[in-house]
Design a protein around this ligand. Sequence first.
Ligand code: AMP
Ligand code: FE
Ligand code: FE
Ligand code: ZN
Length: 287
Amino acid sequence: MRIDLHTHSTASDGTDSPARLVAVARAAGIDVVALTDHDTTAGWDEAAAALPAGLTLVPGAELSCVGPGLDGNPTSLHVLAYLFDPAHPQLAAERRRLRESRLDRGRKIVMRMSAAGLPVTWERVRALADGGSVGRPHIARALVESGVVASVQEAFERYLHTDSPYYVHKEDMDVLHAVRLIRAAGGVPVFAHPLARSRGRVVGDDLIAAMTEAGLAALEVDHPDHGDADRAHLRGLAGDLGLLATGASDYHGRNKKVPLGACTTDAATFEALVAQAAGCAPVSAGG
Ligand code: AMP
Ligand code: FE
Ligand code: FE
Ligand code: ZN
């Protein structure tokens, strides 16, 4: 069983449509794929409708959160939510608020860039996002199109990293509130890439312990942004705290080089996650 529990489509900052994503997943020999777009469930129906035989879809989302970092400063964190009720009113309202904040913040970043003479427009960025959750990767692609940089990666390194003068942060959800709200909506909360250091500050084990108290189910241990030492540390921490340990690619189509299935979750762990879910069920072709 090849199980990949973290992927993005054009409903947020991936480049494959939800329908294409499930086709690509099956062609890559994946048996279970979770669709976890940033702050939205907009891709769920298309992915479910296009599901090829033999592939199971786990409806999910990756929520933009904030919590105290190791240095005490607010740090942006991502929490994966699986199998929650998409109609749960408070969680749906939070997703909407987070998406609206992304719009406002994306526009501000683009205004700072164009004021400094970079050839990028909000119209183009919105067109690239095509109604999905707007993120920095859309701005990065606009910069690639206008020839300022050769790749999305270079756009992040030069213009879009968190210490950049163009960077504006977005409104996020308090991470403990998010974990509780996901549970209230019947979902299963998993801390995404807890030690992805290249993206900026990370958090300490004490916050992970507090998230566990709040209802966290698992740590995403095997992730392309984690080195061996961090994986070993997280696996030990998960064991100490009684959390499950997952693995996933965090596939973003052409916006990143990582292929589907680059990291995976074992079948027993997947079953344990599903057993905790009460908001909706995994979907297979034909029912
Ligand atoms: P945002 O959600 O707008 O803050 O943008 C964060 C997203 O940008 C992440 O979900 C990744 O998809 C992407 N990202 C972050 N750092 C990089 C990077 N160095 N290269 C490519 N994509 C990145
Ligand atoms: Fe992303
Ligand atoms: Fe993430
Ligand atoms: Zn992700």
